[in-house]
Design a protein around this ligand. Structure first.
Ligand SMILES: [Zn+2]
Length: 153
């Protein structure tokens, strides 16, 4: 077999990851890259218990007996506003345009800096009242309806 790096004829090459490609290399060249593990290491199952936050989506609530409560819960806990897919980004962009730190925005909102960071990272969906407050203070739209087209020319 030929080493794909130095071209040397060797009895056995090993597959090595080098700069985003996988090459068959002789033992001498193999040490320049990362050896590929022939046995794929089992990845820990990460489905289930993770609470990945998705705006506007209530995950795993509506089971059998709870179905009748679902609608009410939605209004009470999540809020009825549908936020734009990139609402967290809109907050951050607007905040940075004002050159406010998360701390400053927190002060304006009467909230903690940590809450601002949670909101911007999508880990916390603010209640509707807070959504309105953020929209007002940052002068930004967070809701899903399309922007009124200005029609500038
Ligand atoms: Zn080689």
């Amino acid at each position: 077999m030929l080493c794909e790096m130095c071209g040397k004829e060797v009895p056995m090459t090993s597959r090595v990851r080098l700069e985003h490609s996988v090459l068959a290399l002789c033992p001498d060249c193999a040490k320049f890259g990362t050896p590929l593990d022939p046995v794929p290491s089992p990845t820990p199952a990460e489905s289930g218990g993770r609470s990945t936050f998705r705006p506007g989506v209530v995950a795993g609530r509506a089971t059998g007996t709870r179905r009748r409560l679902e609608e009410r819960d939605l209004y009470q806990e999540i809020g009825e506003m549908e936020l734009a897919p990139d609402w967290t980004k809109r907050i951050r962009v607007a905040r940075e345009a004002l050159q406010w730190t998360p701390e400053v925005l927190g002060q304006k909102l009467n909230e903690k800096k940590s809450l601002v960071l949670k909101i911007e990272s999508g880990n916390f969906r603010p209640p509707d009242a807070l959504v309105r407050k953020i929209e007002h203070i940052l002068k930004v739209r967070l809701r899903a309806e399309p922007e009124p087209s200005a029609g500038q020319s």
